[in-house]
Write a protein that binds this ligand. Structure first.
Ligand code: ADP
Ligand code: GLC
Length: 670
């Protein structure tokens, strides 16, 4: 139920009058009600003076705010002036260099019929003021209370309608296989997912899986879902070729003084609409994540462009659901620069998939690229310390709800041990925080149909056919082909999070002649080197696949007996879920989602799903592995019962997607 509003009252640009940080100082009525039941706010969060300071700063900064006034008010030279002035102080000036916006070949292919030539477009784009520019002016009075928002939003101008009204509706997107059974008796809601990766287009870890699977499940729960993603050049050509051009506009960005091209390319699959934000300057690298110098501007641009694109498409969702730091500015933009534009109607949810990554950089740089008002750079929102701003911290303050990917992680991140220095901030916002555990997509992960496997199996045929997958895996990896060996898999980003120092310190004890170890992953050099060393020293029993290979991952889940996930911290973890679904027993550390999804095997009752250990300690990990081996070698019947139980366990998205839907309903009661 996308709310389409087409109001056309244009607001005059006004100098900003302090948009107080909505989250802490002028929280919405609803948020206040929530925080009333939470723990007392930490002193830093309450500080009134901080807000006042911000007010003063904002006032002082008013000339700058004027500079940021809508383009239609500015003449060309004024823009140039801003650029020059910025260049002197710009902490990351290399990005400010004008770059020619070349459209990709495929875009040309699909767009050529519907669209004017690039040069023509540019001319018209110059004339038309960009979406957010208008939003900027309209947003000056950012009012957090819901009622106010709705009223003022009605008045807000919908810029895109003026600049390119027909385009957004014109092109039909490609619809792939669409056999989704929608439960149309449920209340309908519309939601825009905004995040930095999504299978099958681009995936570096579990975020990509969630961005793929959860929207599909939400479609079944009668949600209208659009997933907004960067159009990275590394997206396979197969998908690039199928994208359909939906339009383009130009958008200002921060204090760069430039207008940036924003193209919208669309692809539809199984009822989910994927809208890719196109801009070669930001998204042309081979890997989505490079380094913060590049990534901060990239994701400021992306977050702003995503909201501007929704306005442009005139598709105003009930909920904007953002993921991790890369999209964390979205809730902040929503309540500031976009407050009075149509998208300002939407409520926001920010999901933390991994608190370790927060998008921290010095304040001037983030101010420069985001163009957010000074008022959001207080301690209650983006400000991290005297020097730095923290994009995730700002998003957490401004989001209407915060979720993370398991109940235990929701608790852990409020402690000093796991809080990554945001524990006080999260405790302050705990009233709007909840944990919803991830699931896996049963279409993508199904040993009965998985095209990557040597032999298919289900819970009835697992015992004979899993052996065949094990032998095929051993052959593929050059391991000794022996179905009697205990094969341990590890599929992981090779980073400090994943407990790899524990693993590497016990490998000699694990390789006892009856055990083989298979590692699949890429990441930190030290771990890659260590695992390569072990492979060299243990040919035939240790395999180090230092690569990212989706199909091989599937074969390891199917061919291994056990899967290792000894993480230092783990917000949810999906590999243990995949493993259980493939009848491979997990050996995990009791933290985050691992604790919530794997019940320890109880040698007396026979209950449980896997083997666990609590403290982060190599000896305890070795002990857990040895308990698994003991059961495997001495009581195969019991082992097999656990295999069956794990394959029967519901690790689908069904329950969790319902919880997200409930959350959407809770935020949009009408
Ligand atoms: P994280 O998101 O922290 O990396 P998760 O367990 O949530 O961890 O998700 C990891 C996802 O990435 C799983 O789908 C896993 O199969 C996949 N994966 C990780 N490393 C590789 C790899 N080297 N090759 C293929 N798939 C991988
Ligand atoms: C993160 C976490 C992982 C989680 C995934 C998807 O990358 O490290 O635990 O499963 O996101 O939510």
């Amino acid at each position: 139920m996308a709310r389409k509003k087409a109001s056309s009252v244009k607001k005059k640009p006004t100098t900003k009058k302090v948009a107080a940080p909505a989250a802490e100082t002028a929280a919405s009525v609803e948020e206040k009600a929530i925080s009333a039941v939470t723990e007392p706010a930490p002193a830093e969060e309450k500080k009134e003076p901080a807000a006042k300071e911000t007010v003063t700063a904002e006032k002082k900064a008013s000339p700058a705010a004027e500079k940021a006034a809508p383009a239609e008010e500015k003449k060309e030279p004024a823009v140039k002036e801003t650029v020059t002035a910025e260049k002197k102080t710009d902490p990351a000036p290399e990005k400010a260099a004008p770059a020619e916006e070349k459209k990709k070949t495929t875009a040309k292919k699909t767009a050529s019929k519907a669209e004017p030539a690039e040069s023509k477009k540019r001319t018209s784009a110059k004339k038309a003021s960009s979406v957010e520019e208008k939003a900027v002016s309209a947003a000056a009075k950012a009012a957090p209370a819901e009622g106010k928002k709705r009223t003022s939003a009605k008045k807000a101008a919908s810029v895109e309608e003026k600049s390119a009204p027909a385009v957004a509706e014109a092109a039909p997107a490609v619809e792939e296989v669409s056999a989704v059974s929608v439960m149309s008796n449920l209340p309908r809601r519309s939601v825009a997912f905004i995040g930095s990766e999504c299978h099958p287009f681009v995936k570096t870890g579990g975020l990509g899986d969630v961005m793929y699977a959860l929207p599909r499940e939400l479609v079944r729960l009668n949600c209208d879902v659009r997933v907004i993603l960067p159009r990275y050049a590394c997206i396979p050509q197969k998908y690039q070729d199928q994208m359909v051009y939906r339009g383009e506009f130009y958008m200002d960005l921060g204090k760069t003084g430039r207008n940036y091209y924003v193209g919208i390319m669309e692809y539809v699959c199984d009822g989910v609409v994927y809208d890719f934000i196109d801009n070669q300057e930001f998204f042309s690298s081979g890997n989505p994540y490079l380094n913060l110098v590049d990534d901060i501007p990239k994701y400021c641009f992306f977050s702003k462009a995503a909201l501007a694109a929704l306005n442009y498409l005139n598709w105003i969702p009930d909920i904007v659901h953002c993921h991790d730091w890369q999209a964390a500015l979205v809730p902040v933009y929503l309540r500031t620069l976009f407050q009075d534009s149509p998208i300002g109607h939407a409520r926001s949810i920010l999901t933390i998939h991994n608190l370790r990554f927060q998008g921290i950089y010095n304040i001037p740089t983030i101010q420069y690229w985001s163009g957010l008002p000074d008022s959001v750079f207080g301690m209650g929102a983006l400000k991290e310390n005297y020097v730095d701003a923290n994009m995730l911290k700002g998003g957490l303050a401004y989001a209407d709800r915060i979720t993370t990917v398991s109940g235990t992680y929701a608790y852990e991140i409020q402690t000093a041990e796991y809080g990554e220095h945001l524990e006080n901030h999260l405790r302050y916002h705990s009233g709007k925080l909840r944990g919803i555990v991830n699931g896996i997509d049963y279409g993508m992960w199904n040993p009965e149909t998985d095209p990557a496997l040597a032999v298919h199996y289900n819970r009835d045929t697992v015992f004979e056919h899993k052996m065949e997958n094990k032998l095929a895996l051993q052959k593929e990896l050059g391991l000794e082909e022996d179905a009697g060996k205990f094969v341990i898999g590890l599929i992981s980003r090779l980073t400090n999070q994943k407990g790899l120092d524990l693993v590497s310190s016990i490998i000699p004890q694990v390789l006892d002649g009856n055990t083989q170890v298979v590692v699949l992953g890429t990441g930190d050099q030290q771990y890659e080197d260590t695992f390569r060393y072990y492979e060299g020293a243990n040919r035939g029993t240790f395999s180090a696949c230092i690569q990212y290979d989706e199909a091989r991952a599937h074969r390891i889940y199917a061919g291994a007996d056990a899967l290792l996930v000894p993480s230092r911290f783990e917000p949810c973890g999906l590999t243990q879920l995949n493993a259980m679904h493939y009848g491979t027993l997990p050996i995990v550390r009791e933290t985050g989602g691992l604790k919530d999804t794997v019940q320890p095997y109880n040698v007396f009752t026979g209950d449980g799903n896997g083997f666990t250990f609590d403290r982060y300690d190599a000896g305890l990990l070795l002990d857990a592995i040895n308990r698994a081996k003991t059961l495997y070698f001495t009581n195969r019947d019991q082992w097999n019962q656990v295999v069956r139980r794990d394959m029967e366990k519901d690790v689908s998205w069904e329950n969790s997607a319902k919880q997200y839907k409930d959350l959407y309903l809770e935020l949009t009661q009408w």
